[in-house]
Design a protein around this ligand. Structure first.
Ligand SMILES: [Zn+2]
Length: 229
């Protein structure tokens, strides 16, 4: 059993700095441990007025990015780092900074390698202004591949270090699921009390209390929270 919280558009529209934060007395939203000093982050879009729908694109009258941040404890954050690091909240925590650094170096390595291969293609014509660069296309490719390789090695090193520490301190820990979100596209903004986001959490008591604190509707559901790991 889990609980589905119905978050109204008004809560999203009034969220400070585009961040909708869900907390409940410093308890972890997954395992109830305290303190819950970290966050599970969902990067979402508030969308109103679907105008055009095709296989390739959807257009809306209003489309605005925001983040839903749900309080979690350090153990759940470490568990996320091990299972799905790319989804980790990049909020300045040590693990968040490591993930951010790896994302940056991976992007740089990929861009350099892509630039090298682009120089090799006919898109950069022979004898053009970029001819000197075209002749050294191997350099950005090689540097890019080295950066990607170093990033991969660094990721493995941090993963193994955190995993060894985690298994020693929390043997047999079964990680609870992340919350499951479902964005609802509104027809218009006439009624901000309409549900714009549904959030399903496994921790029933925590979810009901959090909904009550915010005066949002919620209901117990038998739908399992999908395993995103
Ligand atoms: Zn936890």
């Amino acid at each position: 059993m889990s609980v589905k919280i119905k978050i109204p558009a008004s809560a999203i529209l009034t969220a400070k700095d585009g961040m909708l934060v869900l907390e409940n007395g410093n308890r972890c939203s997954r395992c109830d441990r305290t303190p819950a000093a970290y966050f599970e982050t969902h990067r979402l879009k508030y969308q109103v007025g679907l105008r055009k729908k095709s296989i390739y694109s959807k257009k809306f009258d209003i489309s605005r990015r925001y983040q839903l941040k749900i309080a979690i404890c350090e153990i759940c954050q470490q568990s996320d780092f091990l299972a799905q690091p790319d989804l980790l909240d990049r909020d300045g925590s040590e693990l968040g900074r490591i993930v951010q650094f790896h994302a940056l170096t991976r992007m740089l390595g990929g861009l350099l390698a892509a630039l090298g291969f682009l120089l090799l293609t006919p898109f950069i014509p022979e004898g053009g202004i970029l001819q000197p660069l075209k002749q050294i296309w191997q350099i950005p490719v090689a540097v890019g591949v080295i950066v990607l390789l170093l990033t991969w090695m660094s990721q493995r090193k941090y993963h193994q270090r955190v995993l060894a520490d985690f298994e020693q301190k929390h043997p047999g820990f079964i990680a609870p699921h992340r919350g499951q979100v479902c964005t609802i596209v509104l027809e218009d903004e006439k009624d901000p009390s309409l549900t714009a986001l549904e959030l399903t959490l496994e921790n029933e008591a925590w979810a009901k209390e959090a909904a009550s604190i915010n005066q949002w509707d919620c209901a117990t559901t038998t739908e399992p929270v999908p395993d995103t790991k």
